[in-house]
Design a protein around this ligand. Sequence first.
Ligand SMILES: *Cc1c(COP(=O)(O)O)cnc(C)c1O
Length: 372
Amino acid sequence: MQMVDLKGQYAKIKNEVDEAIKQVVDSCYFINGPIVAEFEKNLSEFLDVRHTIGCANGTDALQIALMALDLEAGDEVIVPSFTYVATAEVIGLLNLKPVLIDASLENYNVNADLIRPFITEKTQAIVPVHLFGQTCDMEGIMKLADEHNIYVVEDNAQAIGASYTFSDGSIKKAGTIGHIATTSFFPAKNLGCFGDGGAIFTNDDELGRKIKMIANHGQSKRYYHDIIGVNSRLDSIQAAVLNVKLKYLNEYADARLAAADYYDTQLQNVEGLITPKRNSFSNHVFHQYTLRVTNGQRDELVAYLKEHGIPTGIYYPVPLYEQKAYSSYVEPGFSLPITYQLCKEVFSLPMHTELNHEIQDTIITAVKSFFN
Ligand SMILES: *Cc1c(COP(=O)(O)O)cnc(C)c1O
């Protein structure tokens, strides 16, 4: 058994994907081939966003997004402490200051109330992360950002395809609400390629133009470099794979949701276990199915499941503020109570598009037998 069944997913679309890859190989147009532009256009249409700019990975996407904002060394960027390291890493790399904040126990995400106390004169941007597959409460975050004239960069590496519903009933896709958004096409993400890949999104034409330049050595036209950029490209083979898989993204989300529903019905009454809460304002595309163990036995459960052949993941075991590389950004003894609690309590069960009741029953039986 595995956390993610990439082989099973590939088997179902093998002919189509192999043919798309072969076309790239036959053309030898490996970098910036027409398929990259075609995929960017298709993804823009899928999300309903004006600009999609492919790049080399989700971490680069975050870096390029922040570079486009022209921030100054020492400017503060508010970021969750309960996230993958990449979100904060690029902030430090650009000599900006990551301001690590707490998460909600309900949905593991940041929200306007958690962000507000950390806004200072130096705050220039917020990077909300749509963790595990559902969006942060973006209406509140955008309102707060507007009031303080702060940029919002959505880290949408885990919730591509999810939708956010505003209080007036209007709906937007995750990654189209902030000033800029980013995603990752790492193979295990909901829209994954066959290597590394990422993308940046914006509805702002000026930012879109700038992001495109930064991702390509800061050039406005070939050999004319207006700003310092990076070399970060989505290659043609990855774009070809993604262009096929994008057609199935809604189906994939349905399969994940069905698997989550089944886990929910079987596990929601297990004492000591809390199944993932669903937001009213966002649907859930279940990048991860992440539960909390409230009886203090998370590590014992994970070890027990491993013995029984059930893989699990702990996303994330250590708060960013406790990581050595980030210690200089916080006072000694700094702690965020919910993040601390989540790092001790969470674990994730296998979640992918190829789950069925038979596989899930094996998992569920093992989990239940631990608690009985
Ligand atoms: C995966 C991930 C990234 C980084 O993406 P890469 O393509 O691996 O560089 C950034 N943020 C979050 C929340 C992620 O899950």
